[in-house]
Structure formats: structure tokens, C-alpha cells
Design a protein around this ligand. Sequence first.
Ligand SMILES: [Zn+2]
Length: 176
Amino acid sequence: MQTETVTCSACGAPLSIPDNVEYVGCRFCQTQLHVQRNQSVVFTEVLQSLHRQTERLADNTEIIRLQQNIEFLDKEWKDESAEFTTTDSQGRTVFPDKDLVAIEGKMMVAAAVIGTVAVFFFYPLLSFVGLVCIVAVVGNNKLRQEKLARFEGKQAAYQQKRNDLLDQLRQIEPRN
Ligand SMILES: [Zn+2]
């Protein structure tokens, strides 16, 4: 069996090792070493840091994967929320406002009721038209509320997923 001499990269001690081993523990400082053979040069590398490098590489891959997932989730949400959003005069996306939907609903019902009462005083025979209006407004209101509830459910799910991904990112980053 051929032996070769390498230097421990942790403490500098000369180590005589068989020329086919890849991993060796230093007899003097007990550091785990990885023997590297590059054509003419043989040297050792402290295994611990090698592990750390590999870990860091894996972490970077994981970070990129998580960032891509967040980006994808945002795009998906942009498409999905388009059904519920409107665009203002400056081209900004406006999300449905719960309070606004409620106020508008109440105002429309109030307007229909007032209109119906007015019609009843002047043309009592036509007041059924007002009643039809009230029913229509109340029904429309209900649909808007249901749509709002659907939007809020989807938004909550999106935010939950996004926060989970951000948490995963935060758990990795301090190790770097
Ligand atoms: Zn050593």
C-alpha cells in the first residue's frame, strides 16, 4: 500500500495516509479532513467547513425556490383577484371595500323604499313597481355581499400562503 504525506489544514501537522483515502481524522487535533487530490497537488480541507459550504449552497437553492414560489403566488393572486377588483382613474387596482359595499347597499335600499313610499302617495296603483325595485335592490345587495365574502376568503388564503413562505425564508436566512 502506497502512502503519502499531507498537511492537516487545521493544525499544520504532517499526516501520513494511504494514497486511496478520501477522509481522514487528524491524529494531532482530531479535525475531520477531506483529502483533495488535484493532479499533482494533494491537500486537505477541513470537513466541517465543507459541510457548511454545502449547507449554504443548499440554502441558497432553497431561498431561490421560496422566492420563486412567492413571485408565482403573487402573479396567481393578481389574476385571481382581477374578478373582484376595479381600476381607478390613475390606473391603480382598487380592492373591494367592505364598509363601502355595506353603505352603498343601505343607501340603495333606502332610495328604493323612499321612492316606493312617494309613488304610493301619488300613484298608489303603481306602488307594486316600487316593491319590485326593493326586491331587486335587496337581491343585488345580497349578491354583492356574497361576492365580497368570496373575495375575503380567497384573500385570506393567499395571505396565509404568502406568510408561510416568508416564514420559511426567515428561518433560512439567519444561517447564512
Ligand atoms: Zn491537525
